[in-house]
Design a protein around this ligand. Structure first.
Ligand code: IMP
Length: 182
């Protein structure tokens, strides 16, 4: 089976992703040049965006990883569970949370609350994709957004459907036939 065959449409191709990520990296270079930020990768979906973004940033920074689960298949369960939390002290540090996609915003809202309890000097969010039409909270205002997309279920570049499709190098809209089969 070739996973590319289950993609109805390529929404954002590799070149477009790289170009936009480069632009965001430049902005972070300027905004954080003297701040030594801690980049927090939200596992697992943000891994591709995190890696591509961080390698394009040229100021000193540190990596951290946080894992929360919220989704089962293509619909939100509305619940989050923290499975892995950062280990380095975040007090008085400048934090940038790196997210793959913001949909309802409920996951990030819960994560933000946990992060703020650690008393960082600042906390900003970058998301590769944003689906603002689906937002259920006003607390989430990402500073750096890669692409605003319509209300479609997308996969690739780290994003999954039931753990598959993360390894596609582009963002694609999954064929509905895949959901119907499951
Ligand atoms: P939220 O709490 O509704 O904002 O959900 C955010 C999380 O849901 C993301 O980090 C993704 O893991 C997942 N998610 C939301 N929309 C999609 C999608 O279109 N494709 C794959 N995962 C998604």
């Amino acid at each position: 089976m070739n996973i590319n065959n289950n993609i109805k449409k390529i929404l954002i191709d590799e070149k477009t992703l790289e170009k936009r990520i480069e632009e965001i990296a430049k902005e972070i270079n300027e905004d954080y040049y003297d701040k030594n930020p801690v980049m927090i990768c939200l596992l697992k979906g943000s891994i591709s965006y995190f890696a591509h973004l961080c390698e394009k940033i040229s100021i000193p920074l540190e990596y951290e990883f946080l894992r929360a689960s919220s989704y089962h298949g293509a619909t939100s369960s509305g619940q989050i569970k923290l499975l892995h939390v950062p280990t380095i002290p975040l007090k008085n540090r400048h934090i940038i949370i790196v997210e793959d996609i913001i949909d309802t915003g409920l996951t990030l809202s819960a994560i933000k609350k946990v992060m703020l309890e650690m008393a960082p000097a600042s906390l900003e969010i970058t998301t590769l994709l944003d689906k603002p039409s689906r937002r259920l909270t006003s607390e989430i205002n990402p500073k750096y957004v890669g692409f605003t997309i319509p209300d479609e279920f997308v996969v690739g570049f780290g994003l999954d459907y039931n753990e598959e499709y993360r390894n596609l190098p582009y963002i694609g809209i999954l064929d509905e036939a895949v959901y119907k089969k499951n």
